[in-house]
Design a protein around this ligand. Structure first.
Ligand SMILES: [Zn+2]
Length: 361
């Protein structure tokens, strides 16, 4: 059904970029892996909506986010919990509950919202609340590179991967896909495609695009591009036209950047009230773009349809609701408090009516 198209679970699969990113993926023996039964992120009707929906996949604050382990040694599980504590410390409204009586929780005893495995291929995670749509017997996040004795070296190598995948589990997107990253222009695409094609579990073009090309919803982005984010891929220099000179060429991050901490705090503020306000702003931004000249009437219709189909299923009960006027404008019922948006609306082809926003053709 058409309406469902925009609301399929997005699984972000992250290959393991080695800590010495100058090595090729083949050379260190690691590669992208994805369970064959899962699909890559679907194409969306427009980037605005995709950006909005992905951003809305956060967990509701004021309740603990629970996780259990499907497998793995106790010290590995404890290491995982210790690392993800960094996210918890950065986000006032986030409480991660992964233990029972002080010991890591076993999924065999209790099935929880997030289910962690170390046994499958690759490093991957479902995005935010998409995890709720996954059968209880299946993992929602996998760190395939954290196997064997937990040496200091292994801890060092996998810390960034855990933070990255858990960032997805919190609803965060790839930082290199930020519209201001300029990674797309800097990459040598034929090289990139053939490198992914050569993986043991190859990625097709569509999947590479979905994980690397920008998510173009520039106007709804609220945070600046952050090249030191743990959500940024550390791609090999030889994949870039300018090699090590490319600004998108980065060291693999092993700690949260200031930008990561800021975005965690923004998405997971102390109260539900603040969390809703944040999403009202996002909705206002998205409506601004959807109502702008870059979309024709058909695009707007699709936006309205998909928006209203998707948002009620979000864990956030946002106050936003979108409709289309006879003239083809987009109306948002909701509280838009962000002054920059209000300014845009009043200066452009949009009107504000008592806090509600409407867009004219
Ligand atoms: Zn990723």
């Amino acid at each position: 059904m058409k309406l469902q198209r925009g609301f399929l679970s997005a699984l972000l699969v992250c290959f393991y970029a080695s800590d010495t990113h100058a090595h090729s993926f083949n050379a260190d023996g690691t590669h992208a892996g994805e369970p064959p039964s899962r699909e890559a992120a679907p194409q969306q009707p427009n980037d605005v909506l995709q950006g909005l929906i992905d951003s809305a996949k956060v967990w509701e604050v004021e309740e603990d986010l629970t996780l259990c382990f499907m497998d793995g040694a106790i010290d590995t599980q404890e290491f995982f919990l210790q690392v993800v504590k960094d996210w918890e410390n950065a986000a006032p409204g986030l409480t991660i509950d992964g233990t029972v009586n002080g010991a890591p929780r076993n999924c065999a005893d209790e099935v929880t919202e997030l289910r962690i495995s170390f046994n499958q291929e690759g490093n991957w995670s479902y995005v935010g609340t998409d995890a709720e749509k996954i059968p209880a017997k299946e993992a929602t996040l996998n760190i395939g590179t954290l196997t064997g004795p937990l040496t200091n070296r292994l801890r060092k190598r996998t810390r960034g991967s855990i933070l990255h995948e858990f960032g997805h589990a919190l609803g965060l997107k790839h930082e290199h896909q930020h519209p201001d990253s300029n990674c797309e222009a800097q990459l040598d695409w034929p090289t990139v495609y053939s490198a992914f094609e050569a993986f043991e579990v190859p990625w097709n073009k569509q999947k590479v695009d979905a994980n690397i090309r920008p998510i173009i919803a520039k106007e709804i982005e609220l945070t600046p591009y952050d090249r030191s984010s743990v959500m940024h891929y550390a791609l090999p220099a030889k994949w870039f036209l300018q090699k090590t000179q490319a600004t998108c060429y980065v060291e693999k991050a092993n700690i949260l950047s200031d930008g990561d901490k800021a975005i965690a705090a923004e998405r997971y503020p102390a109260t539900l009230e603040e969390q809703k306000e944040y999403f009202d702003r996002l909705i206002g931004n998205a409506a601004t773009v959807a109502g702008s000249d870059k979309f024709n009437r058909k695009d707007r219709e699709l936006f309205v349809e998909e928006f209203n189909a998707a948002l009620p299923q979000s864990i956030i009960n946002v106050s936003g609701n979108v409709s289309m006027s006879q003239s083809g404008g987009i109306n948002v019922q909701g509280n838009v408090t962000d002054s920059a948006i209000i300014e845009n609306f009043n200066g452009g082809a949009l009107n504000l009516n008592g806090g509600a926003v409407s867009a004219n053709d």
